[in-house]
Design a protein around this ligand. Structure first.
Ligand SMILES: [Zn+2]
Length: 214
């Protein structure tokens, strides 16, 4: 099952596009890339997309991106998020190789699926386990109001502990000027990220733990 990793953000793609005069995009897929395709994939002497799709190209990468930004509805429910997910290397197959989908609907469906993950089954199971234990060990608590209050507080503490225990480590590469996150996301250091204001990773929803402060 392919996975969207969004390793290249729109801001980063635009940085590339400003200094490039070539952008290639799939004829039979949504895949696209600034610059030349780096693939060993070829049909005859023609380079092609990650699944062997034929490519078209433009000499105006910024024009291509601006056109997309002006017609976000075209990309479906998630708009530009789907457009960026189709960028080279932002959709990986099980082996970690770049791949592509044929339709925007497939990108939107996968975005929906991944958005549901941060508080998905995994976390629910973990919380349920932590709640189940104190109830199972202390059935007598349920018989009295004070016991119930105590149990409710204990459950709340345990839920907070589970959420707090899940961190996303952010590492800053000073040389590249690039942030990468434990959950497989990254972006260039193009703006000041306010860690006091935004304590949770916008990609995975876990609390941010900064490794190398910029
Ligand atoms: Zn994260």
């Amino acid at each position: 099952m392919p996975r969207i990793v969004e390793s290249t953000t729109l801001a980063h793609i635009k940085d590339l596009a400003r200094t490039s005069n070539r952008l290639v995009y799939g004829m039979q897929s949504c895949w696209w890339k600034v610059g030349s395709p780096l693939y060993t994939h070829h049909i005859g002497s023609l380079p092609c997309g990650p699944r062997g799709e034929m490519l078209l190209e433009t000499d105006n990468p910024m024009g291509f991106i601006t056109a997309a930004e002006n017609s976000v509805d075209y990309y479906g429910k998630h708009g530009l998020k789907a457009f960026v997910a189709a960028y080279h290397g932002n959709l990986l197959d099980d082996n970690g190789s770049p791949t592509s989908f044929k339709t925007w609907q497939e990108y939107n469906d996968l975005i929906d699926k991944q958005l549901a993950e941060p508080l998905g089954d995994d976390l629910k199971r973990e919380i349920a386990r932590k709640i189940y234990v104190p109830i199972y060990n202390n059935p007598a608590l349920l018989k009295h109001q004070s016991g119930l209050t105590k149990l409710t507080r204990e459950i709340a503490d345990r839920i907070v502990a589970v959420i707090e225990g899940r961190r996303c480590v952010w590492t800053y590469d000073r040389v590249k000027g690039y942030w990468s996150t434990e959950c497989g996301w990254g972006f260039p250091y193009v703006y000041e990220f306010d860690f006091a204001e935004r304590q949770f990773c916008p990609h995975c929803g876990r609390r941010i733990e900064v490794k190398n402060a910029a």
